[in-house]
Design a protein around this ligand. Structure first.
Ligand code: TXE
Length: 485
C-alpha cells in the first residue's frame, strides 16, 4: 500500500506553525519503516511560545469567565467530533504506532468517552462551606490550577492525551500538549478538533518535538502550574527534578511489572485468554501489561500448555491488515531492546516456551516485529522477572501458598496493576487488600474507564488519572474566611 506522506504543522496560540528552525521529524510506519508523515521538530522557542499563549489564554475573559456549563458543552462537542472522525484517527494511530486497527478504534472510542465523562463534570466542581465558630463564614473555592503541560508517550497516544486533556479543560485550565516524537499524529488531529469544537485561541496548544528539547523546556518553565507525565520511571524522575526547581505540581504515571495470580478454583479457560491478551495486546507495550503470571502448582501444567498452544497460533502482521492479531513494536530500537531481554532470560536460566525472535516470514522483516514470547521458571532476581520489558514477553512462575505468591507479586519496585483469578470471594478480597498495586482486577484484566481512578504505588507513579479523583490535580483550593461580626 502506498501512503501519501503528510506534511503537518503544530498548534500554538490558535495558529498552525512550522518549527522556527525549519527542522522536521519523519514519522514512520513501524510495520515497514516507511515514512508516513513529516512533523515540525519544535525547539525551546516554540515551547516558550506555547506556554506564553496558554498563560495569556488563562487570563482572557473568554476562557476565564466562561460559564462552566459551556465548557462542558465544548467538551461534549469534542467527544462527538472524535467519534465522527474515529476511522481516520484510528488509521493515523495504527500508521504511526503499529497496533491493530481494532485496538486503535478501541482507543479512539475510549478517548471520546473521556471527553464525554469530563464534559459532565465541568459544572460540578464544587467547593464547600466549613463549620467555624459563630459569626463567621468559611468556604472554599475550587479554581483552575493554571497552565498544565501534558507529556504523552507513544504506547497509547490518543487515549493518554485525552485522559488528561479532558479533565484539564473541564476544570478551566489551559493546556500545552507534547506528544511523543514517534506518534504525534492523533494529538495534532485532536488539536484540530478542539478548535472546531469551540475551544478559544491559546487554550489548547500542541507542540511537537523531542523530549530532550521541547519536553524539558516545558517542564522547566516557571509559568507552568502543573505537569502530567506518562512515560519511563527514569524520565519521570528527571521531570520531577525539573518541577522541584519551580515547585510545580506533578502527576506521574510510570512503569509496571504487573502480576496475574491464578488460583486453582478460577475459570481457567477465561484466565488463559486474559493472561494471553494481557501481555500481547499492543505488542506488550503497556504500563499495565500483565508481564508476570503466577500459576498455582495444582493447575500449572495444563494452564501453561493451553496458554503456549494458543500463543503459538497468534497471527503477526501489519496493524492495518484485518487478519493481524498483533502488530509490530513501535521502533527498531524497541525491537532490539526486547530481543536483548530475551537473550538475558535465556542466559539467566529461564525456560523459553515459545517465540523469542523476529518472525521468519520475509514480508515482516522490514517491520519491527517480535514474536509473542513466553518464559517459565522465572525468578524475581532475573532481569526478565523484575524489569519492565515493554514488549510481548511473559514470565511464568509456579506458586504453592497464598503468602508466597503475595510476597513474589509485591517483590518489584513497581505497583501499578494486578489481576487475581479465583471464584472464591474471600480469596479475591484478601488479595485485593494485600497486593501493592493501584488497581486490582478480579477475573478481569486490561480494563479501565474514564470514571475509575488509575495510578501507581511505589515507583509506578504519583497521583491518579481518571475519575473524579483526578480533578484534584487540575484545581487549587482557596479557603475564604469571613468575619461577620
Ligand atoms: O520513554 P520516555 P521512552 C517506559 C517503557 C519503555 C521506556 C522507554 O518501559 O521501554 O519507558 O521509553 C518525553 N523532559 N514507558 O524512552 O523517555 C518523550 O518525548 C520532558 C512506560 O519512549 O519516558 C515522550 O513524549 N519530557 C510508559 C515521553 O516523555 C521528556 C509509556 C515518554 O518518553 C523528556 C512509555 C524530558 N527530559 C514508555 N525526555 C507508560 N507508563 O505507559 C523524554 N520526554
Amino acid at each position: 500500500m502506498t501512503v501519501q506522506v503528510q506534511k503537518l504543522k503544530m498548534l500554538i496560540n490558535g495558529e498552525w506553525l512550522e518549527s522556527s528552525t525549519g527542522a522536521t521529524t519523519s514519522i514512520v510506519d513501524p510495520s515497514n519503516n516507511e515514512p508516513v508523515a513529516d512533523v515540525p521538530r519544535g525547539s525551546k522557542q516554540e515551547a516558550r511560545a506555547a506556554v506564553e499563549a496558554a498563560h495569556e489564554a488563562l487570563a482572557s475573559p473568554e476562557w476565564r469567565d466562561m460559564d462552566s456549563a459551556k465548557r462542558g458543552r465544548i467538551l461534549t462537542k469534542l467527544s462527538t467530533l472524535v467519534r465522527e472522525n474515529m476511522d481516520e484517527m484510528a488509521r493515523l494511530e495504527t500508521l504511526s504506532q503499529g497496533k491493530t486497527l481494532r485496538e486503535s478504534k478501541g482507543d479512539v472510542a475510549w478517548a471520546a468517552r473521556a471527553f464525554e465523562y469530563f464534559a459532565g463534570l465541568a459544572d460540578k466542581i464544587e467547593g464547600e462551606t466549613i463549620p467555624v465558630p459563630p459569626k463567621r463564614l468559611d468556604y472554599t473555592l475550587k479554581e483552575p490550577l493554571g497552565v498544565t503541560v501534558h507529556i504523552v508517550p507513544w504506547n497509547y497516544p490518543i487515549a493518554i492525551a485525552a485522559r488528561s486533556w479532558a479533565p484539564a479543560l473541564a476544570a478551566g485550565n489551559t493546556v500545552v500538549v507534547k506528544p511523543s516524537e514517534t506518534t504525534p499524529l492523533t494529538a495534532l488531529k485532536l488539536g484540530e478538533l478542539s478548535v472546531k469544537a469551540g475551544v478559544p485561541k491559546g487554550v489548547v496548544n500542541v507542540v511537537t518535538g523531542s523530549g530532550a528539547e521541547v519536553g524539558s523546556a516545558l517542564v522547566s518553565d516557571r509559568k507552568v502550574d502543573g505537569i502530567i507525565f506518562t512515560g519511563s520511571s527514569e524520565t519521570g524522575r528527571q521531570v520531577m527534578e525539573a518541577a522541584a526547581k519551580n515547585v510545580t505540581h506533578v502527576l506521574l504515571e510510570l512503569g509496571g511489572k504487573n502480576p496475574h495470580i491464578v488460583f486453582p478454583d478460577a475459570d481457567l479457560g477465561r484466565a488463559v485468554r486474559y493472561v494471553k491478551d494481557g501481555i500481547f495486546t499492543n505488542a506488550g507495550q503497556m504500563c499495565w501489561a500483565g508481564s508476570r503470571a503466577f500459576i498455582h502448582e495444582s493447575v500449572y501444567d495444563g494452564f501453561v500448555k493451553d496458554l503456549v498452544a494458543k500463543t503459538k497460533t497468534m497471527r503477526l502482521g501489519p496493524g492495518m491488515e484485518e487478519s493481524s492479531e498483533m502488530g509490530p513494536v513501535v521502533s527498531r530500537s524497541r525491537q532490539e531492546t526486547i530481543l536483548g531481554y530475551v537473550k538475558d532470560g535465556i542466559q539467566e536460566g529461564a525456560k523459553l516456551m515459545c517465540g523469542g525472535n523476529q518472525p521468519a516470514e520475509p514480508r515482516l522483516r522490514s517491520g519491527n516485529f517480535v514474536e509473542p514470547t513466553i518464559f517459565e521458571e522465572v525468578t524475581g532476581e532475573m532481569k526478565i522477572g523484575c524489569e519492565e520489558i515493554f514488549g510481548p514477553v511473559l514470565s511464568i512462575t509456579k506458586f504453592r501458598t497464598t503468602d508466597e505468591v503475595v510476597s513474589m507479586a509485591n517483590e518489584t519496585e513497581y505497583g501499578l496493576y494486578a489481576g487475581v483469578w479465583t471464584k472464591d470471594l474471600k480469596t479475591a478480597h484478601d488479595m485485593a487488600s494485600r497486593l501493592q498495586a493501584g488497581v486490582v482486577t478480579i477475573n478481569e484484566f486490561l480494563i479501565t474507564f474514564p470514571s475509575t481512578p488509575f495510578g501507581g504505588y511505589k515507583e509506578s507513579g504519583i497521583g491518579h488519572e481518571n475519575g473524579i479523583e483526578t480533578l484534584r490535580h487540575y484545581t487549587r483550593t482557596k479557603n475564604v474566611s469571613v468575619n461577620l461580626n
